[in-house]
Unconditional design. Sequence first.
Length: 428
Amino acid sequence: MDPNSENPSQNPNNPRSPAMEETLDEVSKERDLLLKERSDLEARVSESSDTIRAAFARINERIGEENWNPEEKSIVEMVLEVEAKIVEYVEKRKKEKKELENSIVSLTEENRDVNSLLRIALSEKEAVEKRVKGGGEQKRVGAILQIAERGLQKVGFGFMMGAAAVVAGESQLDQPSTSSGSTKSDGSECEEEVISLAATVEKIMRNLRLQISDLRRALDESRLDNEHLQILADKQAKKITETTLHIINLEEREKMLALNVEELMADITEAREEVARWREACELEVKAGKVAIEEREKEVGMLQQDLERTKAALEAASNKLLMKERLAATAMAAQAAAEASLQLADRRSAELRDQIEELTRQVEEEADHSKKEHRKSSRKRVRHVCWPWRALKLTPNWQGTGDGGGAPWVRGRNKKMLPDMEGLLHHM
C-alpha cells in the first residue's frame, strides 16, 4: 500500500477539506472546555452546598433550630431554596450535557465512518491506478466508482449503483479489449455514477455542516446557560459568604452568651446560697416573731383588761363630770337668779331711797311746820303720819345739829330691822 494512504489528510486528493477538520477540531475543543467549566462549576456548587449543610449542622448542634430568630430562618429558607434551584438546574444541564454528548458521539462515529470510507476508497483507488496505468480515463473513473461503492457499502451508507454498471465495470476490468461502442456506454454510465456519488457526498457534507451549526448553537446556548449559572453561583457564593460571616457572628455571640450564661449560673448559685441563708435567718426571725407575738398578745390582753377598767373609770368620771356640769349649770342659774334678785333689790332700794328722801324732806318740812305750830300751840298734838318705822318698831332719835338741821335715824338696841334696810339706813 502507498504511504499516502496512511495519512489521508496530507493527500492532496483527499475529499475531506481543511476547513471541515478545523471546524470539527474547534467544536471538539469547545466541547471539552465547556465540559471542563461545567464540571468545575458543579464541583464549586457541590462544595458550597456541602459547606452550607455543614454550617447549618453546626448551628443546629450548638443553638438548635427552635432558637433561631426570624431573620436567620428566612436566610436558611432562602439558601435552601437557592440550593434546590441550583440542584434542579444542574440536573437539567446534566441531561442536556448527556444529550449533547450522545449527539457528539454519534457525529464522531459518523465522521469516523466517513474517514474510514474515504481512506478505503483512496487506497483502492491507488491500487487500481497502479494496476491500470495504461487504461483510458473512463476505465479509471469506472474503477474508482466501483471502489467507492464497495467502500460505502462496507460502512453502511447503502449507496447502490446499478447492477449493469457493476457488471460493466467488472467486465471492463477483466476484459480490457472490448468494443468502442460498449466503452462509450460504460463511460456515460460511469459519469452518471460519479455525479450521483458526488451528490451523495455533498449531501452528507451538508448534513454535517447543519449538524455542526446546530452543535455551535447548542454550544452558544450552553455557554449562555453556563454564564447564567456562573452569575447565579457567584451570587450564591456571595450569599454563602455573608451567611458564613453571619454564622461566625452568631458563633461569637453564642460564645459570649455561653460566657454570660456561665456567669449567670455562678450568680444564680451564689444567689441560691444567699437565699438559703436568708431563708434560715427568716425562719429564725419568724420563730422569734411568733414568740414575740404571743408575748404581745398576752400584753394586749392585759392592756385590754386595763382598757376596760379605764373605760369603766372614765364612764364613772364622765358621769360625775356630767353631774358636776349640771350642778355648775344649776349654780350658775341660781347665781343668775340671785344677781337678778339683787338687781331687783337694788332697784327697789333705789326707789325706796328716793321715797325716803322725799319723805324725809316732807318730814323736815312738816317738822319745820310743826315747830312753827308748836310755838303757837305747844300742847297741840302732832298729826299722825304714816311712817314705816312704827311698823318696823323703830324709834326716831332726834339729835340736833349745830345749824338746826334734821338728825339721822338710829337703830334701837332692842328693836328688829331687815338687813337691807339696815344697810340703807347706814347710807342715810
